[in-house]
Ligand binder design. Sequence first.
Ligand code: 5MM
Length: 341
Amino acid sequence: MQERLEDIAAAMVAGGKGLLAADESSGTIKKRFDAIHVESTENSRRDYREMMFRASDAMKNYISGVILYDETIRQKAADGTPLVEIIKAAGAIPGIKVDGGAKPLAGFPGDTVTEGLDGLRERLAEYYKLGARFAKWRGVIDIDSAKGVPSASSIGANCHALARYAALCQEAGIVPIVEPEVLMDGSHDINTCYDITRATLLKLYAELFAANVKLEGTILKPNMVIAGKASGKTSSAEEVAEKTLKLFRETVPLAVPGIAFLSGGQSDEQATANLNAMNAGGAQPWKLTFSYGRALQAAPQKAWGGKAENVAAGQAAFTHRARMNHLAALGKWQKGEEKTA
Ligand code: 5MM
């Protein structure tokens, strides 16, 4: 019998567990490997991801699911075990990135729209057979106010695509993670991030309603409300938490079971501290957890460095960050915990 979408979604955000976003496309993982002087090959990508999926303490206790890339969901570990089976054996849920990436939006210089809807119904059916029970699609909203970016058209096009993707996922028995990422790369202040994220979330939920998407069977993967990296300002965890929660109370329906944040280029500790501040004040209408890529993987990538003799060190670094974010998802993280690495 097919699992219910709402049960899968609830399991993805339960018990202070969160998601490992290991869905870097080939271009992105190459950039990450270049930084640690590792050649990106099918085998090195497999070895690296196998290292994390076999970190059993982290996977069993802190990670509810893993977002995979098309190559990874089909890959086998060095001993021949499918990577998906290793994830499932740890009690985590395999997921899959299904978008085709952000492409320039015609007519709106500086804006992008995420592509990948053509043939998605067939791809989802195949991913379901391969074991995926949730999927991810990321719309990218840049902020460059001087250039009129983002345009309302870009927000509209991205949210419409997210809604069509989400409806197709649910038809296939797959929980859609909807990720409308307002980038933190610009020089904008925190209030501008608030305003653009607000416009984006309002549009997103209008499109999801219009597409008949059952919100109980979805997970939102948003950015936090935070000042742009090039603004020269660092938002405190308290300010990020206060503004992000205020915004969500205005825009995210109660039927949504969970919100799993992206880290967006925040430092590892900042991403943990900000999530913790949001949970420290007590229960919110939705579970608030992590779906981090960089903020979970930067440390293990550095510790591993592509060397087989460093696998244990890489796993320890991954387990530490997963545990820190687990504590943050429960509102129980303290800076002193970082020293136990
Ligand atoms: C892991 O990075 C994901 C894949 O990105 P590309 O398709 O650009 O290679 C990305 O979608 C990720 O899942 C989210 O943005 C969250 O990652 P961060 O690093 O922001 O936590």
